[in-house]
Design a protein around this ligand. Structure first.
Ligand SMILES: Cc1ncc(COP(=O)(O)O)c(C=O)c1O
Length: 409
C-alpha cells in the first residue's frame, strides 16, 4: 500500500485545523472521502441527473444503469447471491429500524428477541421498542469483561420462543469482532431471524453473507469512504419475498386501486419514493476505491497501526483501555480513559493540535453503564492514517496528562 499516494486522494487531509495539519482519528464515526467518490457524486449531477423507473429517455436509462451497477458492486462486495437482495436505505440505523418493522408482522405474542450488551443504540433501541409494542421479551446477552459474548451463554438463552437474534459484527466501542459464523451455526434450523450489524465491519473486513448465512446484514456507506445518506440492507431473497413492505408510496407498488394495492417485486417493494441516486453513484465509487486498495490490505495495515497504538497507549500510566487487546480479534478502534481527565477535555485538547477523536457515550449507554463510566475517548484508524500521526497523538496525550497533573496538584 502506497500511503503517500493514497493520502493525495483525500483533499481534506490537506486542511489545517487550528493552525495544524488535520489528523483524522474519528473514522468509526465517519470516514473521509477520496476524490474519486467526490467526483462520482459531482459527475452524477453534472451528466446523468434524472429520475429512474419509467424514464423512457436516454438520460433516465443512463441514470438507471448507474443505480443497478452500484447495486451489483455492493452485491459483489458482500457476496450476496443476487442484486434483488440489496436494498438501499439512508444508513445502518434506518436499515435496522426497517427490519424491526418488517419483522413485526412475522412475530406473535410470547416470541423473544436476543441482542447483546455491547450493541450500538441503532441495534438496541429498535428491538427494545419492538418488544414494547408487541409485549415481547427482550433478552440481553451479557458480554464478558473483554467484550466477547460466550457462545455457551447464547445457547443457554435461546429457547423455542426466540425469533430474532440481532448482533453487531464488530463493536464500535470495544472493537471486538463477534464470531458471526459460529453464531449463525448455533441458530441454524431454529426458525430464528439472524441480523448482523456490520456498520464497523464492512469498512475493515471481507464480508461474505453466504458464508455467514445471516438473514439480514446492514451497514452504512459513509463509514467506508462513501457519502452520507446511503446504507445497505441485505436480506435473503426468500425472506424479502415473503415479508410485507413497511413504507408505502411511489416505486414500490404493483397496481394501486381505490381501496387496495399490490406490491412491486423485491427489492423495489422496500424502496418507496425516489431512490438514492447520486448517493448510489458515490457508494459504488467508494467500494471500487476500497477494492482497488484491497480490503485484506486495509485490514492488515490498520491492524498493524492499532497494535502499535495499543502498545504506546499502555506505556502511559493511568490509561485504561476497554475491550480485548488481542489484535487478531478487533477492528482498528480503541476506546480509553485517562485517569482524572474527562474524555471531553482530552478531545478538546487534541483538537487544538488538529487531532480529531470522539468523546462521549459512543451511542452505547447500556454498555458504558456496565463499564461503570459515562464517557470514553475513542480513537479510530483508517488506511490513510500513519504511524507518525499516532506518534503525534501519543505525544499530545502525554502533554494532556502532564497538564492535568499540574492542574490537580
Ligand atoms: C456498530 C454500529 N451500528 C450502527 C451504527 C449507526 O450507523 P449510522 O449512524 O450510519 O446509521 C454505528 C455508527 O457509529 C455503529 O458503529
Amino acid at each position: 500500500m502506497n500511503i503517500e499516494a493514497i493520502r493525495k486522494d483525500f483533499p481534506i487531509l490537506d486542511r489545517k485545523i487550528n493552525g495544524n495539519k488535520l489528523v483524522f482519528f474519528d473514522n468509526a464515526a465517519t470516514t473521509q472521502k477520496p476524490i474519486q467518490v467526490i467526483n462520482a457524486i459531482s459527475d452524477y449531477y453534472k451528466y446523468y441527473n434524472s429520475n429512474i423507473h419509467r424514464s423512457v429517455y436516454t438520460l433516465g436509462n443512463e441514470s438507471e444503469n448507474i443505480y443497478y451497477k452500484s447495486k451489483e458492486v455492493v452485491r459483489k462486495y458482500i457476496n450476496a447471491r443476487n442484486i434483488e437482495e440489496i436494498i438501499y436505505t439512508s444508513g445502518t440505523t434506518e436499515s435496522l429500524n426497517l427490519i424491526s418493522r418488517m419483522l413485526e408482522n412475522e412475530l406473535s405474542t410470547d416470541d423473544e428477541i436476543i441482542i447483546s450488551s455491547i450493541e450500538h443504540h441503532a441495534n438496541f433501541v429498535p428491538w427494545q421498542q419492538l418488544a414494547k409494542r408487541k409485549n415481547l421479551k427482550l433478552n440481553i446477552l451479557e458480554a464478558d469483561s473483554d467484550g466477547f459474548i460466550s457462545l455457551e451463554n447464547l445457547k443457554n438463552i435461546i429457547s423455542e420462543k426466540t425469533k430474532i437474534v440481532s448482533l453487531t459484527y464488530a463493536s464500535n466501542v470495544l472493537g471486538i469482532i463477534n464470531p458471526v459464523k459460529e453464531i449463525s451455526n448455533i441458530l441454524k434450523d431454529k426458525n430464528i431471524y439472524f441480523i448482523v450489524d456490520a456498520a464497523q465491519a464492512a469498512p475493515h473486513l471481507k464480508i461474505d453473507v453466504q458464508e455467514i448465512k445471516c438473514d439480514f446484514l446492514v451497514f452504512s456507506g459513509h463509514k467506508m469512504c462513501g457519502p452520507t445518506g446511503i446504507g445497505v440492507l441485505y436480506g435473503k431473497k426468500e425472506l424479502l419475498e415473503k415479508i410485507s413492505p413497511v413504507k408505502y408510496g411511489g416505486g414500490m407498488i404493483g397496481i394501486v386501486e381505490d381501496y387496495n394495492s399490490t406490491w412491486a417485486d423485491i427489492p423495489n417493494k422496500f424502496e418507496a419514493g425516489t431512490p438514492l441516486l447520486a448517493q448510489a453513484s458515490g457508494l459504488m465509487a467508494a467500494i471500487e476505491y476500497l477494492n482497488s486498495i484491497g480490503i485484506e490490505n486495509i485490514e492488515q495495515y490498520t491492524k498493524l497501526l492499532t497494535k502499535y497504538l495499543i502498545v504506546e497507549l499502555e506505556k502511559i500510566d493511568g490509561i485504561e483501555i476497554y475491550g480485548s487487546k488481542d489484535i487478531n480479534n478487533r477492528v482498528s478502534l480503541v476506546s480509553f480513559n485517562l485517569n482524572g481527565v474527562h474524555p471531553h477535555d482530552i478531545a478538546s485538547f487534541l483538537d487544538e493540535k488538529g487531532i480529531c477523536i470522539r468523546a462521549g457515550h459512543q451511542c452505547t449507554q447500556p454498555l458504558l453503564s456496565r463499564l461503570n463510566v459515562y464517557s470514553v475517548a475513542r480513537i479510530s484508524i483508517y488506511f490513510y492514517n500513519t504511524k507518525e500521526e499516532i506518534d503525534l497523538f501519543i505525544k499530545t496525550l502525554r502533554e494532556i496528562k502532564e497538564f492535568f497533573a499540574n492542574e490537580l496538584f
